[in-house]
Write a protein that binds this ligand. Structure first.
Ligand code: GLY
Length: 348
């Protein structure tokens, strides 16, 4: 099986070399810090991102996730199976803001996650503000087999447990260190996202009062890097899928929902390709960003050019990252640094 996978990879790369030498890094004139893509007109493809803001040092992790997706795509023509494998891999890794490493919210204990899946055949399902599961992306997949499109809050959590997903709070020391840094920034008036001026103490809506000692933070703080993780895939039959999973943001009221589970905003897939976004959820929703990128591809832009155009048009004060795949290739763009992976591996 390993040998046949290698042969498939090799064939794809040979074809690539024959078809195009366009697996380009961004040109000098490109204003975005990340704008890459290339042609890949044959066979399965998987592209992952580790969230806008994630450093280049995480590229081996996002590449390994893309490789996991590609392995699955070599076994099936179900593009969604591949996209699930990529995102599940990242939900297992504490540095990412999804599953195990999901952000802790403002009360210092709640972890509320969003996830969505979509296929080019028109399947869509999502979970919002789900708690106490390690793999929200698999719960979103399970919602697809119900008569519904989205489950939210306690209902989503209880559905997950009823379907046999383990009742676990998915946290880790990395998430706790990240939370302490965010809280420090909040107290210093540097939290961003409108929280510099927003009276969050007055709006406090978590169960119970503000935690004792909320005016100071003790313990080691960690880097604030990374947002939502995502995977886009093309299967060998030319179908597409996308999966997207997030711990959202720490600096938020109870019950906040970002772009990830909102249809057409964080992710989109259709006959022209698949798109996954990461970044400031409120602005991504306002721009219906994934659908916007998809429409550009449907109008004839390459996956790379569509991702770049949308990222360039995004307000510079808000972070954004986009990955996309179409019938002819792949694209990645971001207005901050962002770790990503592509399989078959063209990045070596
Ligand atoms: N982009 C993830 C969120 O805003 O929740």
């Amino acid at each position: 099986m390993k040998m046949s996978l290698r042969i498939l990879s090799l064939l794809t790369l040979l074809l690539l070399a024959a078809c195009s030498s366009d697996a380009d890094q961004s040109s000098d004139s490109e204003p975005l810090p990340l704008a890459v893509g290339g042609a890949m007109a044959f066979g399965p493809v998987a592209v992952t991102h580790g969230g806008v803001g994630s450093p280049p040092e995480w590229m081996p992790l996002t590449q390994a996730a893309a490789d996991s997706a590609f392995v699955r795509l070599s076994e099936t023509t179900d593009a969604l199976e591949g996209a699930l494998a990529g995102t599940v891999a990242m939900e297992n890794i504490p540095v990412f803001n999804a599953g195990t490493g999901a952000n802790i919210r403002l009360d210092g204990k709640t972890i509320q996650m969003d996830a969505a899946v979509m296929t080019s055949a028109g399947g869509f399902a999502a979970v919002a503000v789900i708690e106490r599961v390690k793999h929200p992306i698999l719960v979103a997949r399970a919602v697809m087999d119900t008569p519904h499109r989205m489950l939210a809050g306690d209902g989503a959590t209880r559905f997950a447990h009823a379907m046999g997903f383990a009742d676990v709070v998915p946290t880790c020391p990395e998430a706790e260190a990240k939370f302490r840094q965010r809280w420090r920034n909040l107290l210093a008036g540097k939290a961003g996202g409108g929280y510099e001026t927003f009276d969050w103490r007055r709006a406090w809506n978590f169960p119970g009062p503000l935690p004792a000692g909320a005016d100071s933070v003790t313990g080691p703080a960690g880097p604030e890097t990374g947002d939502t993780v995502g995977t886009v895939t093309r299967a060998s039959d030319g179908s597409f899928a996308v999966t997207l999973s997030t711990g959202g943001t720490s600096i938020t009221l109870d019950g906040r929902v970002g772009d990830v589970p909102v249809f057409g905003c964080g992710s989109f897939a259709g006959p022209a390709g698949a798109v996954a976004c990461t970044g400031h959820g409120e602005e991504i929703i306002r721009q219906m960003l994934a659908r916007t990128v998809y429409n550009l591809m449907a109008d004839g832009l390459s996956a790379r050019d569509a991702a770049v155009r949308a990222a360039e048009a995004f307000p510079a004060e808000w972070s954004v990252g986009i990955i996309a795949v179409d019938a002819n290739g792949w694209g990645v763009a971001a207005n901050r640094q962002m770790a990503y992976g592509v399989a078959p591996d063209v990045l070596e």
